[in-house]
Design a protein around this ligand. Structure first.
Ligand code: PEP
Length: 248
């Protein structure tokens, strides 16, 4: 099996206007020879312009969500095909903020993942426990349930990336211990191998997400089965995201 390529993925969330695009060219130039794949997921309004800026550079572009249908009467939504048309090659699905703010269930995430694959996008499917679920020792059951419910059967190492994002670590400055990350990533790897077979299971990249910063990135990236990071807040500043890229 080929080695899994490391991935540094930035999730801008509902941040960014055209003014922020100026930093993208500099980021691409500074990290042109980075040892990892670099992905930026801006709000839908910027996907096309960011893709134009990043064209010909080492930076790939992704959406933060898509609808499960190709087109139709879904006011305010964006389809996977539209993201692809705008220049995206990835889409984040099932982020805990979408699960919480928009009531997205595992079934919804699974249908969106199918739509992403049909459009030729790589889906970054997010899973993660809340603080109360961790404190009740339910983390592993929650993760297994989210994986089983959110992933369609046709997964490959190319069309799927799984991001482990403990909800309590997102935007809080709190980070699990490396043992806690290792435990969950080991479970995710084992579940993927069991369900999709060892070849596919070992080739899917697993990202850690939740308060990753330049100062803690190297320690997190040294954990087995951590193939990179999904980065929120620290992806908004090129210097911080650059520090994370260089730690990979
Ligand atoms: C995220 O929301 O995907 C995330 C990881 O956020 P932050 O890095 O800000 O914790």
């Amino acid at each position: 099996m080929a080695e899994r390529q490391k991935l540094a993925a930035g999730n801008w969330k509902m941040n960014g206007t055209s003014a922020e695009l100026a930093e993208v060219a500099a980021l691409a130039e500074t990290h042109a020879n980075a040892g990892c794949e670099i992905l930026l997921c801006p709000p839908a309004t910027l996907v096309e312009r960011l893709a134009q800026k990043a064209d010909g550079t080492a930076i790939a572009v992704g959406g933060q969500d898509c609808h499960w249908e190709e087109s139709g009467a879904h006011t305010g939504d964006v389809s996977a095909g539209m993201l692809k048309d705008a220049g995206a090659s990835f889409v984040i699905l099932g982020h805990s903020e979408r699960r919480a703010d928009h009531g997205e269930t595992d079934e919804v995430v699974r249908n969106k993942t199918k739509a992403a694959w049909a459009a030729g996008l790589t889906a970054i499917v997010c899973v993660g426990e809340t603080l109360s679920e961790r404190e009740a020792s339910n983390t592993i059951d929650i993760i297994k349930g989210q994986l089983a419910g959110s992933l369609p059967t046709q997964a490959t190492g190319l069309n799927l990336v799984v991001a482990y994002e403990p909800v309590w670590a997102i935007g809080t400055g709190k980070v699990p211990t490396t043992d806690q990350i290792s435990e969950v990533h080991g479970v995710i790897r084992a579940q993927l191998e069991k369900r999709f077979g060892p070849g596919v299971g070992r080739s899917v990249r697993l990202l850690y997400g939740g308060s990753v910063k330049p100062g803690n990135a190297a320690e997190i990236f040294a954990v087995e089965n951590v193939d990179g990071a999904l980065v929120g807040g620290a992806s908004l500043k090129a210097a911080d995201f650059g520090g994370i890229i260089e730690a990979l």
